[in-house]
Ligand binder design. Structure first.
Ligand SMILES: NC(=O)c1ccc[n+]([C@@H]2O[C@H](COP(=O)([O-])OP(=O)(O)OC[C@H]3O[C@@H](n4cnc5c(N)ncnc54)[C@H](O)[C@@H]3O)[C@@H](O)[C@H]2O)c1
Length: 243
């Protein structure tokens, strides 16, 4: 855990939802592996602290807002001249049984997860094409693969990300770009409110949530040059819960 296997010297990485949890662990992983890292989050205060802690550049932005997304990629290109790796990780929950979900619960969750993934990938494509190189790793979920009570909005968004991943993998392969997804299961603020008696059911044979750094190791592999022949996959990094 936490060992650096791949060298990202000279690579520019953008991680969304990076102020905490999986995104912050990822940003740290890439920074330690010598990449230039841009951390994106809409929680400005927490992002500033996280970016200082990791030694990366923090850019406050809302992934569901096209102008924000274009501004982020514009800054990244202005500062480094390239964008090699995009990690679409930002996420929110608005959990309720489907008959209680409001239009806003539905729209916000789709706009952040599916909309943010689309907007950031679209903004990177011209640069990927110029470079003839790119790596995109999207963060989906067990819920997107199998459904979960109370999460119809989130399940739809995360399943949408899987369809998007496979479509983008097909459209971008000709430009040296791979697009993959992981389905994580890590202890973060998002999982903090899960009652103890549900943890065994939600964590499968390994019977614990992962440390977020264990997600970073898997994503680091998919984002590496070495993973050049892997595209369009959804890799469960979930302790076997989705078997
Ligand atoms: N933790 C798990 O076990 C688990 C399981 C399945 C999927 N996921 C997914 O992993 C990703 C990371 O989750 P986490 O557990 O680290 O959660 P987290 O809540 O700790 O982190 C999510 C981050 O995204 C940011 N964010 C939310 N909306 C944003 C927006 N519109 N613009 C910019 N930033 C925004 C938040 O401020 C936060 O910092 C999410 O996509 C989540 O759905 C997590």
């Amino acid at each position: 855990m936490g060992n650096i296997t791949f060298d990202f010297t000279g690579r520019t990485v953008v991680v969304t939802g990076a102020a905490r949890g999986i995104g912050k662990a990822l940003a740290r992983h890439f920074a330690e592996a010598k990449a230039t890292v841009f951390m994106v989050d809409f929680d400005k205060d927490e992002l500033e602290d996280a970016a200082r802690d990791v030694g990366a550049v923090g850019i406050a932005a809302d992934v569901s807002n096209t102008d924000d997304v274009e501004r982020v990629i514009g800054t990244v290109i202005a500062e480094t001249g390239r964008v090699d790796i995009l990690i679409n990780n930002a996420g929110i929950l608005r959990d309720k049984v489907l008959w209680k979900l409001t239009d806003s619960d539905w729209d916000q969750v789709l706009a952040v997860h599916a909309g943010g993934t689309f907007r950031f990938t679209r903004a990177c494509v011209p640069h990927f094409r110029n470079q003839e190189y790119g790596r995109v790793v999207n963060v989906t979920s067990y819920t997107g693969l199998h459904g979960n009570r109370g999460q119809a909005n989130y399940a739809t968004a995360k399943a949408g990300i899987i369809g998007f991943t496979k479509t983008a993998a097909k459209e971008l392969a000709a430009f040296g770009v791979t697009v993959n997804a992981i389905s994580p299961n890590a202890a973060t603020r998002m999982t903090a409110s899960i009652p103890d008696e549900k943890i065994a059911e939600l964590t499968g044979p390994i019977s614990r949530f992962a440390d977020p750094s264990e997600m970073a190791d898997a994503i680091g592999f998919l984002a590496s040059e070495e993973a050049s022949y892997i595209t369009g996959v959804v890799l469960p990094v979930d302790g076997g819960v989705s078997m």
